[in-house]
Design a protein around this ligand. Structure first.
Ligand SMILES: Nc1ncnc2c1ncn2[C@@H]1O[C@H](COP(=O)(O)OP(=O)(O)OP(=O)(O)O)[C@@H](O)[C@H]1O
Ligand SMILES: [Mg+2]
Length: 385
C-alpha cells in the first residue's frame, strides 16, 4: 500500500497544500501548532473517513471557509485509485472514489493504515470502551465481515435497550408489558449467535496481536520488559475472566445471564451483559500497565501495539499498511527512540511527525528519508537525506 499524493483545501489551518510522498520514510517537522498533526489527520480520514480527535466534522473546516477537501491518490497491488472526502460547516460530509460519489462505509478500509497518535495511550489508561474501540477498529479495517457483524450487534443492543427503557416506564399490568417482554425475548434469541462472532473475532485478534506486540515491546525496551495481553470476557466464570470459552459454553452462559439479569436490565434500562461490556488487560512484567506503568512504558506499549498491527495487517491482506506516527519523539528516552526508529522497516511507507528532526538524521543515516518542514499550515522546505 502506498500513498502517492495528498491534496488539502481549507482543511484546518491548511489553506491549499499538495504533498507528494516518498514510498519510504516521510518526516514532517516544525514548531508546535503549525499543522503537522493536521496532515496526519487528513491521511487518517482518507482511510477511515473519520478523525479520531475531531468531535464534530465542522471542526475540520478552516475557520474562514465553508467546506474542506481532503483528496488522496494511492497505489495498492499495482492499481491506482483516488479518494476525496468533502467536509462542510452545515451539512454532512460527502465521499468520492475514483470520481464517483459513494458512501463512507464503501471507502472505509480501502487505504490500509496503522496510526499512532499520542492519545492512543488511552487504549491502555482509558475506560474499557477505549480498548474495545481499539480492537473493533483494528479488526474491522481488514475484516469487513467482522465490521458488519459488530455493527449489527451494536444495533441489536441499542434496540434491546430502547425496549428496556419503554418497559421500565409502564406497569407490569399494562397490556403492552407482555408485548414488550416478547420483543426482548426475540432479541435474546438473536443475540448469542452474533455476540459469539464478536467475541471470537476479538479473541483471535488478541491472541495474534499479543505475540507481535510483545516482540516489539521487548525490542523497544531492550529486553527489559515483557508484555502480555488478555481478553476479559464478562461471561466468563473464572476470576481473571480470560479463559477462552467455546461456542456452546459462550452461548449458554449468555442466554442464562440475559435471563437472570432481565429484571436488573429493566431497572437500569441497559443490557449489562455481552461483548459490549468486555475488556482487554495489558500487563508489563506481569503487572497491570494501567496501574503500575510509567508514562514512557505506557507509550512504549501503545507504540508496540501499532507496530504489531503492521504484521497483523500483512498476515490478513498480504500487503504492508502505511504507518503514521504522530509526535514520535516526546516521552521516550534516546535508547527507546533509537530502537523504535531502527525497527521501522524501510519497506513500509512511513509518515512521522516530530518537533525535532536531528535525531532522525542520525538514526536513519543510510535510509531514504524525505523531510518536510511545516510552518503556518504550509510546507516551507522539502529535503531528502
Ligand atoms: N478549523 C480550523 N481552522 C483553522 N485553524 C485550525 C482549525 N483547527 C485547528 N486549527 C489550527 O491548527 C493548528 C494545530 O495544528 P496541529 O495540531 O497540526 O499542530 P502541530 O504542528 O501538530 O503542533 P504540535 O507540535 O503542538 O503537536 C493550531 O494552530 C490550530 O489553531
Ligand atoms: Mg501535533
Amino acid at each position: 500500500m502506498q500513498i502517492l499524493c495528498v491534496h488539502l483545501l481549507s482543511f484546518r489551518n491548511i489553506l491549499c497544500l499538495e504533498i507528494a510522498l516518498s514510498p519510504g520514510i516521510n518526516l514532517f517537522y516544525g514548531m508546535n501548532g503549525q499543522g503537522k498533526t493536521n496532515i496526519l489527520e487528513s491521511i487518517e480520514i482518507l482511510s477511515t473517513t473519520r478523525s479520531q480527535r475531531a468531535f464534530k466534522e465542522a471542526e475540520l473546516v478552516n475557520h474562514a471557509a465553508d467546506s474542506a477537501l481532503v483528496h488522496g491518490s494511492f497505489l495498492k497491488n499495482d492499481l491506482d485509485f483516488e479518494i476525496s472526502v468533502n467536509y462542510f460547516k452545515n451539512k454532512k460530509k460527502t465521499c468520492v472514489k475514483n470520481g464517483k460519489n459513494t458512501t463512507a462505509d464503501a471507502i472505509f478500509g480501502s487505504v490500509n493504515i496503522v496510526k499512532f497518535f499520542p492519545k492512543d495511550v488511552e487504549i491502555i489508561c482509558g475506560a474499557p470502551a477505549c480498548r474495545r474501540r481499539y480492537a473493533d477498529m483494528e479488526i474491522s479495517l481488514t475484516d469487513r465481515h467482522y465490521y458488519n457483524n459488530y455493527k449489527n450487534y451494536i444495533k441489536l443492543i441499542e434496540s434491546r435497550n430502547a425496549v428496556l427503557k419503554s418497559i421500565s416506564e409502564i406497569s407490569e399490568h399494562d397490556r403492552k408489558y407482555l408485548e414488550l417482554l416478547n420483543l426482548i425475548e426475540s432479541y435474546d434469541e438473536l443475540l448469542p449467535d452474533i455476540a459469539y462472532k464478536v467475541y471470537r473475532g476479538r479473541m483471535e485478534f488478541i491472541k495474534e496481536i499479543s505475540i507481535y506486540a510483545n516482540r516489539s515491546h521487548q525490542m523497544i525496551s531492550s529486553n527489559e520488559e515483557k508484555l502480555d495481553m488478555r481478553y476479559r470476557c464478562c461471561l466468563s466464570e473464572n476470576i481473571d475472566k480470560s479463559i477462552d470459552l467455546n461456542e456452546n459454553l459462550f452461548k449458554s452462559r449468555l442466554i442464562f445471564l440475559l435471563k437472570k439479569n432481565l429484571k436488573n436490565d429493566i431497572i437500569r434500562r441497559l443490557t449489562n451483559i455481552g461483548p459490549h461490556k468486555d475488556d482487554i488487560e495489558f500487563l508489563i512484567n506481569e503487572k497491570p500497565a494501567r496501574i503500575f506503568g510509567s508514562t514512557g512504558q505506557i507509550k512504549t506499549l501503545a507504540v508496540s501495539l501499532k507496530l504489531a498491527q503492521i504484521d497483523y495487517v500483512f498476515n490478513k491482506i498480504g500487503d504492508y499498511p502505511v504507518l503514521l506516527i504522530d509526535d514520535l519523539t516526546s516521552e521516550f528516552d534516546s535508547r527507546r527512540l533509537f530502537n523504535i526508529i531502527g525497527s521501522i522497516s524501510k519497506e513500509i511507507q512511513t509518515i512521522v511527525t516530530s518537533t525535532d528532526h536531528e535525531i532522525f538524521k542520525t538514526a536513519f543515516s543510510a535510509a531514504n528519508i524525505k523531510y518536510f518542514q511545516v510552518s503556518g499550515g504550509g510546507i516551507i522546505k522539502v529535503s531528502s537525506g
